[in-house]
Write a protein of this length. Structure first.
Length: 262
């Protein structure tokens, strides 16, 4: 695999309509949609971490696969982060659902039938899943997938969950930003930002204001740039492999969504 931080990605907003049309005519019918959030990430990380992570990952995969990257949806469903710490700007779940469905409607009419949503924020998954169900029910030939950045593959998941089950702004995320976007990291705040995971054994899912003292769950003090580079390469490799499989995949059966059994 090439260096994921080299070469130019195909950014949708940088292409002309003629170039987008030519891309579709060449046989490319899959788009990547990075979905992030604008939310507190403890005292040591910028609030745009989830969006930056998803965007850079999609761009790395675009370099490897030729799939275009749609403009990032940088606001997400971050209601669980509460108003305790300033910086979070959250959308309601229905807003996220509607946004993704409408984005797909437009790329569909441009000839793109496949969509992989690359989700950088755990709280987005439920509304994104609802959006996927709507897309599949409206467009018979649509192929859609949600890919959470922390669960691209078993090895990526193991790295994200290494220091906390309910991880947030932890070792993995901090290491990634050290490697990819160091301007988002406050090195002098790392050691004081560590906070344990208090969610083990709980019956209910609690908002972050009731599980964390400072908005962090995990141990950012253990983060290193080297670890971030290794983790990002794993993420880019494994997601690129998934995209390449997705470009060739056909449904196991050709039955229409709208046609009953004869």
């Amino acid at each position: 695999m090439t260096d994921p931080l080299q070469q130019r990605p195909l950014r949708w907003e940088s292409l002309t309509w003629e170039e987008i049309g030519s891309l579709r005519q060449s046989g490319m019918n899959l788009c990547l949609l990075p979905v992030g959030a604008t939310e507190q990430h403890g005292p040591h990380l910028g609030v745009g971490m989830d969006s930056r992570n998803a965007t850079l990952l999609c761009e790395a995969v675009s370099r490897e696969t030729g799939a275009p990257v749609l403009p990032t949806l940088s606001y997400g469903c971050s209601l669980g982060h509460s108003h305790r710490w300033p910086g979070t700007i959250a959308l309601q779940p229905q807003t996220v659902i509607d946004s993704v469905v409408q984005i797909f409607e437009w790329i569909y009419h441009a000839g793109f039938r496949r969509l992989i949503v690359v989700n950088g924020h755990v709280g987005n998954f439920a509304p994104l899943r609802c959006a996927l169900e709507i897309i599949r029910s409206r467009f018979d030939d649509a192929l859609a997938r949600i890919c959470n950045v922390a669960e691209i593959s078993a090895r990526v998941r193991a790295s994200f969950f290494a220091d906390a089950e309910d991880w947030h702004a932890n070792l993995a995320e901090t290491s990634l930003m050290m490697a990819l976007a160091p301007e988002l990291v406050r090195p002098d705040k790392l050691k004081a930002s560590d906070d344990e995971d208090r969610t083990a054994g709980l019956v209910f899912t609690h908002p972050v204001n009731r599980t964390s003292k400072n908005g962090v769950t995990g141990f950012p003090s253990r983060a290193t740039e080297a670890h971030g580079k290794t983790l990002f390469r794993m993420m880019a490799e494994d997601l690129s492999a998934l995209v390449l499989r997705g470009l060739a995949e056909q449904p196991p059966l050709e039955h229409s969504y709208f046609s009953p059994v004869a």
